[in-house]
Design a protein around this ligand. Structure first.
Ligand code: TYD
Length: 138
């Protein structure tokens, strides 16, 4: 895996009979400044999202509702992280291939990103990803 590894980060959790509360702070719970937030919803059963790598962008992915799997691939091995609670998330460093799959009905995936949307930051071709990885360019 990368020098910087993907990892599950637990978030603060305030259990309350009125309803529970969690939160996330940039540079405190996650190691980057948040430049963008997007979310995936109404994902039909069996669909896959993602399927690319970023040169620069780092992410923190939380299952705000329901569950899904995030498959992380460093070019040598794959790891599957199942997200199914809103009080933890997966930190994904740059330079890793990642796919999201097995979305449950009504799941809601929130993604905090370290960069604004930039089409040129995407690597969408898996073979190109493997070459860049092998050459140490990402
Ligand atoms: P994309 O990242 O390609 O999703 P996936 O890899 O799961 O297919 O995004 C899908 C579309 O949404 C794409 O046309 C670009 C647009 N988009 C934005 O405009 N801003 C964003 O922050 C994101 C994540 C996507």
């Amino acid at each position: 895996m990368n020098l910087i590894l993907p990892k599950i980060i637990q978030l603060p959790k305030f259990l309350d009979s009125r309803g529970n509360l969690s939160f996330v702070e940039q540079l405190n719970h996650i190691p980057f400044v948040i430049r963008r937030t997007y979310w995936l919803y109404d994902v039909p059963g069996g669909e896959c999202r993602g399927g690319h790598a970023y040169r620069e962008n780092q992410e923190f992915i939380v299952a705000l509702s329901g569950s899904f799997d995030v498959v992380i691939d460093d070019g040598l091995e794959k790891k599957i992280f199942t997200l199914n609670r809103s009080y933890y998330g997966l930190y994904v460093p740059q330079g890793l291939w990642r796919e999201m799959e097995n979305f449950s009905t009504n799941s809601l995936a929130m993604v905090l990103s370290s960069t604004e949307y930039d089409i040129d930051d995407y690597i969408r071709d898996y073979d190109e990803f493997l070459i860049l990885k092998k050459d140490g360019k990402i």
